[in-house]
Design a protein around this ligand. Structure first.
Ligand SMILES: Nc1ncnc2c1ncn2[C@@H]1O[C@H](COP(=O)(O)OP(=O)(O)OP(=O)(O)O)[C@@H](O)[C@H]1O
Ligand SMILES: [Mg+2]
Length: 451
């Protein structure tokens, strides 16, 4: 069932048109004032609008233009007693599907409506496809297909449409900034700015005025007034990287931005309204920061509205290989090396076996280096950094540090097992070949610190 608007300044004509279409099974709404039509279109977009041409206040053409702003997929039929051939041509140019002469015959009306509905479906489908294409293009450089990463992308698509505050967590190099960009690009704010603040990189003494701005003469050196980055991001997205590094006193002002949508420049008394969407990132555990009094609890609640955790690369399975190929293509294109075609099986195996503590960034650097070094046509294991080649294929030899005790080794193995099982103790115990009780006992001992 489609929503169809009928507009005629003469209610009798409007009702007659609706009556002729009553049995087509659509939801018909009849209007006699153009203003009412626009108000209704704001509530629900009609598939088709059938409108009179000569109306007091706003003629058919003006109404069509105004409606199209509100409802871009609506298609139009015009019913007119007076439209000249020239008018009809102008209307068709505006995308009006058909111009019918008053009083329209029921059969002609029904046929025109069917045509207009089909055009509407095409227009809507077209826009959906364009949107999907745009989304895919935006995410083209965000690589990953593992279940863990697919879940991240699903969350990104879901939150992008909302103005909700997002907190990105994850180890260094897992792609927090990449994901912050994706959230902005896929959001309705994409036309406006994404302002990035690397909180750890700005000296504490400058951070406050950078974020919130200042009045002229607010402090020595403030020779002219300056808006803060929060204001610069108005209407757009503010990316607060390393949000855990923000000192407590500045956290209070940030809370105000999130809570009231207000920012106050240093040296000014009146707050200014701002509309910013905040995406924050941290590789610290903010819960610990809160517990230890370094991060305000109320701010944490405001920032942690939608947490998205980026899994470390070692938990993303074959994404390592997808990313390696992606970075190799990027690098060969950049270096103009058409002779490099891929990796040897041994190189792929080494890439897959390594734990990547520096995550995607470390992988990217390793591939960039290999692309410069490899004689070609394939990147070999020996073109990769030494640490990546730590485990070789022959016999999977483990390289042991010389000064390690058995205790330490055991502890490392247990931590590793917990890591690869995502913290699931039962699975980790099974992997290690010990009972769950033994695992608990050992963990308990590590926690007490008497290893
Ligand atoms: N899924 C991905 N697909 C393609 N490139 C990625 C992906 N994730 C990360 N990268 C690349 O890896 C590098 C590191 O990513 P990014 O800077 O977003 O990490 P981060 O989590 O912000 O790290 P840090 O905590 O150290 O700031 C960047 O060059 C980025 O382009
Ligand atoms: Mg970062």
């Amino acid at each position: 069932m489609a929503l169809v608007f009928v507009v005629d300044d003469d209610p009798v004509t409007g009702e007659a048109i609706a009556a002729a279409l009553a049995r087509e099974g659509h939801e018909l709404r009849v209007f006699s004032a153009p203003g009412d039509v626009l108000a209704a279109a704001r509530e629900a977009e009609p598939a088709v609008a059938i409108t009179d041409f000569a109306m007091p206040g706003m003629n058919g053409l003006e109404l069509i233009r105004a409606l199209r702003e509100l409802s871009p997929d609506t298609t139009f039929l015009v019913v007119s007693g007076q439209a000249t051939v020239e008018d009809a041509v102008a209307l068709m140019k505006e995308g009006v599907v058909d111009v019918l002469v008053k009083p329209p015959r029921a059969r002609a009306l029904r046929r025109a409506l069917a045509l207009a509905l089909r055009q509407h479906e095409l227009a809507a489908e077209n826009r959906r496809l364009r949107q999907a294409l745009r989304d895919r293009r935006l995410l083209e450089n965000v690589v990953g297909a593992s279940p863990a990463f697919a879940e991240v992308l699903r969350q990104v698509e879901q939150v992008a449409a909302t103005p909700a505050t997002v907190l990105l967590t994850g180890e260094t190099g897992t792609g927090k900034e990449v994901i912050a960009e994706a959230i902005h690009e896929l959001s309705p704010r994409a036309e406006r700015r994404l302002v990035k603040v690397h909180c750890a990189a700005i000296p504490e003494t400058l951070l406050e005025s950078e974020l919130f701005g200042h009045a002229r003469g607010a402090f020595t050196g403030a020779v002219r007034e300056k808006p803060g980055l929060v204001e610069v991001a108005d209407g757009g997205t503010l990316f607060l990287d390393e949000v855990g590094e923000i000192p407590l006193d500045i956290q209070a002002k940030l809370l105000r931005v999130l809570q009231e949508g207000e920012v106050q420049r240093i040296g000014e008394t009146a707050p200014r309204k701002v509309d910013v969407r905040v995406v924050a990132a941290t590789n610290r555990d903010l819960e610990v920061e809160v517990r230890e009094g370094r991060f305000r609890e109320d701010l944490w609640y405001r920032i942690n509205v939608i947490p998205i955790h980026l899994p470390p690369l070692r938990q993303r399975g074959d994404d390592v290989l997808l990313l390696a190929r992606h970075f190799l293509e990027q690098e060969t294109a950049r270096l103009g090396r058409t002779d490099l075609e891929g990796f040897t099986p041994e190189a792929l195996e080494a890439l897959r076996a390594y734990a990547w503590p520096g995550n995607v960034r470390e992988l990217q650097n390793a591939i960039a280096r290999a692309a410069a070094l490899a004689p070609g046509p394939l990147v070999r294991e020996e073109d990769l950094p030494d640490r990546v080649r730590g485990r070789t294929t022959e016999g999977q030899r483990l390289v042991l540090p010389e000064d390690m005790t058995l205790e330490e080794m055991e502890r490392l193995m247990i931590l590793h097992a917990l890591e690869v099982t995502g913290g699931k103790k039962k699975e980790a115990a099974a992997r290690l070949g010990i009972s769950l009780a033994t695992l608990y006992r050992k963990l308990d001992r590590y926690q007490r610190g008497d290893t």
